[in-house]
Design a binder for this molecule. Structure first.
Ligand code: 5GP
Length: 171
């Protein structure tokens, strides 16, 4: 087993600064409820939040994902919901990776029933080749090919989340 560096720490941090600038401009003068989608978002969300120049309320949601393997089952369960009332509010989801789109299809369906003013998505990564549901990502750091990645919050059975870079897992 080896992990090759795929996107370096420097590149990630540089891109986050760029995204944060755009997000801060887009929401200028507005309050935003930032919703991190656990578990994989924790590093991206923490770094992005520190670069935002906005009044934010921070919340977290958790949805089930791959479990112990590297392929999706398509079954998504909401394991942790937000506490804020989002009626009439701007909601910005922060996600580690949009892969098949199953997770976001489920989250968006649920959140739209609560009457938010706006809903946007910021994602660290996107694998468009694997998409099964169309998902509009408003702020995307990196588009990647169909490879299983770990690091910078992303895991394989709980491992490698602590890496400061995104790596390709070679079994
Ligand atoms: P989706 O529902 O879009 O298929 O998948 C979303 C979730 O699957 C992500 O939040 C992430 O937890 C997991 N996932 C998708 N692709 C990868 C990957 O390449 N590496 C890791 N570690 N997790 C992934």
């Amino acid at each position: 087993m080896a992990i090759d560096v795929f996107i370096s720490e420097e590149k990630i941090q540089e891109r986050i600064k760029e995204l944060a600038e755009v997000i801060s401009k887009d929401y200028k003068g507005e309050e935003v409820i930032v919703v991190g989608v656990l578990n994989g978002c924790f590093m991206f969300c923490a770094d992005l939040l520190r670069e935002l120049d906005l009044p934010v309320i921070t919340e977290f949601m958790a949805a089930s994902s791959y479990g112990e393997g590297t392929t999706t089952s398509g079954q998504v369960d909401i394991l942790l919901d937000i506490k804020s009332d989002i009626k009439g509010k701007n909601v910005l989801f922060v996600e580690d990776i949009v892969d098949t789109g199953h997770t976001f299809k489920k989250i968006l369906e649920m959140i739209k029933t609560r009457g938010p003013k706006s809903v946007k998505i910021a994602s660290l990564l996107s694998k468009p080749a694997r998409r099964e549901h169309e998902i509009d990502i408003d702020y995307l750091a990196f588009e990647i090919e169909d490879k299983f990645v770990v690091g910078y919050g992303l895991d394989l059975a709980g491992k490698y989340r602590e890496l400061p870079y995104i790596g390709i897992y070679n079994s």
